[in-house]
Ligand binder design. Structure first.
Ligand SMILES: N[C@@H](CCC(=O)N[C@@H](CS)C(=O)NCC(=O)O)C(=O)O
Length: 277
């Protein structure tokens, strides 16, 4: 299997599952695989998600809004089991045609929102929170929000996939993506040398987007790669990651849309604050 020589055929066809942890849900076409409506709760804000790094961004954002007193941010969070293909139901695809969590609906405005960055921006604008109003500070926040959207696929789909999930270890992609991830960590480390948070002195949606990936990476919470990446060298990233982890809303957001028989802190669905209290 770990054959270093592969000659691509003239036309690619799917002949056998590619192997690896996510092979069973990968397919070369988009659209629903089955008819099923989504459950809807009582609150205006509805989230269909799972507690992965991309999913956590939205539950942390909503918990931050509630912690800041925005009572209109009450929400229902429903579990989408991506390993079982829930993201391919007809109801889910109506909200997110890209079939990936998180997917979000504001029933008050009738607006559907997909892509975690778009959801963070929508909520920041709706509630006037966690996104500075001043044009220059707002733009710096959006610079880093969009940076995350372009960069994290190298971490998750690139480094994480080949270092942790691929059925065998291949030196070429591991080298390529490790180089890029160390460059990204060095960039964050230099950025955080003279500011408390990613976009400046204020905690913003840029921190909420970047922390579940890069904060979790240096804290050893994803991919088991702290030693491999010499993560201890990125001291400013670690300082920032530890400070964000201490926020009560972050601690709450992390527990939502997750399932484990062993972790009694985790909840698969959230419909009111009492579910977490
Ligand atoms: N750029 C998207 C990425 C979303 C994404 O990749 N979600 C993953 C879980 S972290 C997913 O739903 N995977 C299921 C699949 O690919 O079928 C975002 O930020 O919302």
């Amino acid at each position: 299997m770990n054959d270093p020589i592969y000659t691509p055929p003239a036309v690619w066809t799917e002949e056998a599952p590619s192997g690896g942890q996510f092979a069973s849900i990968n397919r070369p076409i988009s659209g629903p695989t089955h008819d099923k409506t989504l459950p809807v709760g009582v609150h205006p804000l509805q989230l269909w998600s799972q507690g992965t790094p991309n999913g956590i961004k939205v539950t942390v954002m909503l918990e931050e809004l509630l912690a800041a007193g925005h009572t209109g941010a009450e929400y229902d969070a429903w579990l989408i089991r991506i390993g079982e293909g829930d993201q391919f139901s007809s109801g889910f695809v109506e909200i997110n045609p890209n079939s990936k969590i998180p997917a979000f609906l504001d029933r008050e405005t009738g607006v559907r929102v997909f892509e975690s960055g778009s959801i963070l921006l929508y909520l920041a604008e709706k509630f006037g929170a966690l996104l500075p109003k001043d044009l220059s500070a707002r733009t710096e926040t959006l610079n880093w929000l969009f940076w995350q959207m372009g960069s994290a696929p190298y971490l998750g789909g690139g480094f994480g996939h080949f270092y942790k999930y691929a059925p065998e270890k291949y030196e070429y992609p591991i080298n390529r993506f490790t180089m890029e991830i160390k460059r990204q960590l060095d960039l964050l480390n230099k950025t955080l040398a003279d500011r408390a948070f990613i976009a400046g002195d204020e905690y913003t949606i840029a921190d909420i987007a970047i922390w579940p990936w890069y904060g979790a990476l240096v804290r050893g919470e994803v991919y088991d790669a702290v030693e491999f990446l010499s993560a201890h060298e990125y001291t400013n990233v670690i300082r920032w990651a530890d400070a964000v982890a201490e926020r009560p809303a972050v601690k709450r957001g992390l527990r939502i849309n997750r399932t484990s028989d062993n972790n009694t802190d985790w909840i698969s669905e959230r419909h009111s604050a009492a579910d977490l209290d």
